[in-house]
Structure formats: structure tokens, C-alpha cells
Design a protein around this ligand. Sequence first.
Ligand code: ZN
Length: 330
Amino acid sequence: MAQSVDTTPAAGKGSGRGIDHGFDSREYAAFEAYIASNASAPGLDESVEPPEVVTAAARVVAKWLRDAQGKAVVLTGAGVSTGPGAALPTYRGPDGVWTRRIRNSLKLEEGSESDAATDAADDDDGSGIAGVLASAEHKPQPTLTHRGLTALVDAGLIGCVATTNVDGLHAAAGLVRGSNYAELHGSLYVEACSACGAELCHNPLVDAPLQTVEPETRATGTSCKACGGAMEATLVGFFDTHQSVPSMEQQFELAWVAAATADLMIVLGSSLSVETTLPGYTLENGGRLVIVNLQPTHLDDQATLVVHARSDDFVADLQVALELPVCATR
Ligand SMILES: [Zn+2]
């Protein structure tokens, strides 16, 4: 029986307490320690600046983008896939996938198992990213942000977009994985050959998310058209390394090189809880860091500019400021 690929790290391991949180106790302890050491904890309150503030900020960033002359990197997170068209959940927003997992665990600690069971049932009911994408009713389309960023890449203003998202929507909007686009945590729509590394990209707008054939392996059950080797899922989990997911290396290298030579990095819709190192490369290069997110992040105090805004609103204002047509969602 086919096993769904889960987007959540260390997926598929029960807590041993009757409710499957997707963690075993060792992994959960490590995760709790990680969250405790990170200011961008799940569930922080969201805020939005007044529209005129977002517009003014976008004008400033438009100037910085022009000044960067293509040496600009955009790092995106779940927040760019929440808008009209895609409507996917966040991970660490007030009702995000991870926030709910943490909330459930706390309820278990406090003994309110019935509440936790209800929320766990909600969680298992397809509200995780993979579950939503696998449902026949929900075929997410690229948002204004996905389309707008592709337009800015095409205009030569952005050299590279890196994302922690696994929904493939940047590719669906026209970015090219491995060229101007890095999928840091892999993709639910890309499998890679375990022998020669050749990749097979599926279409998120048409195809179902990839599944693995056994829970213990990454094998997708298909063979490489180039060498006959076994194809594997590229999805990167919380405890995965470059050794366990070889395609990670190329994706991270693309993003690292771009970040380390960038004059500007714009973070869009990411709490920066997982991908924490990339902005540092741009800062070390003397570049500016702009963070556009609804929640605070632990790098806010190092940013040149922080804007609490939805990414679609900010990107639309950015396109206007750059005198480019604002992309519509479909
Ligand atoms: Zn191969």
C-alpha cells in the first residue's frame, strides 16, 4: 500500500500515547528544544501595517531592487501560498500546521486528551500541506506573489528565488528549479534518481503530489529514464541531511551562492524558524535584508526594513512602484 509523503519533519512516527503527533519522543524533545531556542515560535500573533505604510515600504524596496541590478534574492515561506488561488495553511501562524501540533501536545501534557484528540483528528483530516494538496477538490494555483516574483525575475530584478515551500507553486508560476529557483526543502512534485541524480519534475497544477512506496524508504516506485536507477522523493524532513536527500546539496548551493553575492535579500511570508542561515550570507556581504511577514522573526533586529504585510499586498505594491503590471491570480 502506498504511503503518502508527509511534508512535516520526522513524519509518520507515533508518540506512543494513543495519538499520532508525527513525532517519536526523542524527536519531539529535540523539536521542543529547537523551538525554545528560537524566538520565532509557532502561534505568535500576526499584525498588518496600514496600507499606506506597506505602499511606502514597497517604494523604498523598489529603489533598492533597482540599485541591486539583479543581485537580489527572495526567500519565501508558507505565507506566500496562503493567498487567493493557493489558500494553503501556514506552518507557524496562529492556526498553522505546526502550531496545532504543538497545541495538541500541550493539551496532552495537561491531560485534556479529548481536546487534543479533536485537534489531532482535524490535523489528520487533510489540513497538513500534503493532505490539502492530495485532495481532489483543492488544486492550488500560484498566487499573485508567485506570479509577481516570476515577473521580477524575468525583468532581471531578482537573480534567485529560494523557498522552504514544497508545494511547487513557484515552478508552476514559471521559475526553473536549479536555475533561478531553489527548493530548499525539496518538492512534493520532484523526484530524483538515487543513482545519477537526474530529476523528474511533475506539474503541481495537474499531477498528484508524489507518494513513496514504503514508509521506511524514499523510493517512489519508478525508474530513472536515463539510467534505470530507483527514483526517490526529494522532500526534506526536519531531521534529513544532504546525505539522506542528495538533491538538497544543489538546491542549497544555488541559494547560498546567490545570497552570499546579493546586495538585497527580501524574505516573504517566512517566520525564518527553519531556514535561519541564508539571510546571514547577504548581511555578511554588506547587503540589505528586508523581512515581509505577518509575525515577528528572530532576525527582525538585523533587518534593514521589516514590514508586517501579506506578501500579495506587498508584491502588488512593489510591482506598481517598479511600473510593472500587477499580476492577477487565477
Ligand atoms: Zn538515473
